[in-house]
Design a protein around this ligand. Structure first.
Ligand SMILES: NC(=O)c1ccc[n+]([C@@H]2O[C@H](COP(=O)([O-])OP(=O)(O)OC[C@H]3O[C@@H](n4cnc5c(N)ncnc54)[C@H](OP(=O)(O)O)[C@@H]3O)[C@@H](O)[C@H]2O)c1
Length: 337
């Protein structure tokens, strides 16, 4: 645990749409947070002032670097938003550990790597402990809607027999990289080909399921997952893909089931498509008592992700060393405007 009384010094690592929102919010919280460095591999951004990259009128004096070298000594924590896959980010995370710097990352597979990537999780955990570093995978989904909220709600149940979660959202209102990963504008063949790569669709559903069950004392044996295309039933006008004709893909439907103790413990259902009507997030517990929680209109993923990453900074800095998950920390909270 490292408690600091001065401003938290952060590195913005990854400046796609999500990394930029995180950096903007960190700048807005200037009384608590100081950005000491910015990193992105995009050649168009390297060398540019962070203020320009963020579309601000003011310059920050921080130039975007291709890598983090030279920045680590100054910083307390990395705000990391590059990719979804642990195999890609593991080397970066180990580099942060080597430099003794804490990390909060949007990498979906880092939200609960103990189920699908146990070996990498053990490696990261021991590297983090060795260097007294805290590593956290956080976000909205995974990281909040289908795990933190569920875990919190379960606290009022004397016992639980099943959990059901749903998240229905309008993909047309999300950033372009998100729309691409849910298949907007694709043909069915190309959608299915992408699904077969295992790197397509919403990443993080097994992590949310395994994390929630682990928090309630069960290591799941198996997670079944199915990803299907959602097809346009009439032409759909979109900002980035023009008119998506009938029969083409406007998003996806993804279902996950967690199995343990020889039975189904949890089912999560996600629909992410352009023009989704009546979006919502919902968690339902079958137990004693039965209880459910619905967020009408859903949690706005892109804004909320930036919020939860920035709001997690003090939680991570105060935390014990190791590879942590959101179930190990007090929930992040915001600040009054
Ligand atoms: N958990 C959650 O709830 C949640 C919510 C939102 C987003 N996410 C995840 O957060 C990540 C960021 O989202 P996004 O939409 O901003 O993604 P994005 O558009 O792919 O942007 C990622 C940025 O990081 C840069 N980058 C990639 N690898 C790098 C490296 N090794 N070193 C430095 N920079 C690197 C990319 O540069 P190049 O262009 O050169 O590749 C790009 O500018 C995604 O994986 C997304 O799925 C998670």
């Amino acid at each position: 645990m490292r408690i600091k009384l001065s401003k938290w010094k952060v590195i913005s690592f990854g400046l796609g749409p999500i990394g930029k929102s995180i950096a903007k919010l960190a700048l807005e919280r200037g009384s608590q947070i100081e950005i000491v460095g910015a990193v992105d591999s995009d050649p168009e951004l390297v060398g540019e002032d962070l203020g320009r990259v963020l579309g601000l009128d003011t310059r920050t004096g921080i130039r975007v670097q291709r890598a983090g070298k030279g920045l680590y000594d100054e910083a307390d924590i990395v705000l990391h938003a590059t990719t979804s896959f642990l195999s890609t980010v593991k080397a970066q995370l180990l580099e942060f550990c080597d430099h003794g710097i804490d990390v909060v990352s949007t990498c979906e597979e880092l939200a609960y790597p103990w189920f699908n990537h146990a070996e990498a999780a053990r490696e990261l955990d021991s590297a983090a402990k060795e260097r007294n570093v805290s590593l956290l995978g956080a976000g909205v989904n995974p990281g909040f809607v289908l795990d933190v909220l569920a875990i919190t709600l379960s606290g009022v149940c004397q016992s639980v027999s099943e959990i059901h979660g749903s998240r229905i959202l309008d993909a047309a209102k999300r950033r372009l990289p998100f729309q691409m990963k849910v298949g907007l504008g694709m043909s069915v063949d190309s959608f299915e080909e992408n699904v077969r790569t295992g790197k397509f669709g919403h990443i993080g559903l097994p992590e949310s399921l395994a994390l929630t069950c682990a928090s309630m004392g069960v290591d799941v044996d198996k997670i079944d997952q199915k990803i299907s295309p959602k097809l346009a039933t009439s032409p759909v006008k979109t900002e980035h893909f023009g008119v998506i004709e009938e029969g083409m893909v406007i998003g996806l439907v993804q279902d996950g089931t967690a199995i343990a103790r020889g039975r189904r413990l949890a089912t999560y259902h996600i629909e992410m498509y352009a023009g989704a009507v009546d979006p919502y997030d919902e968690i339902e517990f079958v137990g004693v008592p039965n209880i459910s929680l619905r967020i009408q209109d859903g949690t706005p993923g892109d804004i909320a992700t930036a919020a939860i990453i920035v709001n997690s900074i003090p939680r991570v800095i105060e935390a014990r060393a190791g590879l942590l998950t959101v179930k190990d920390l007090r929930p992040a909270s915001s600040v009054f405007a």
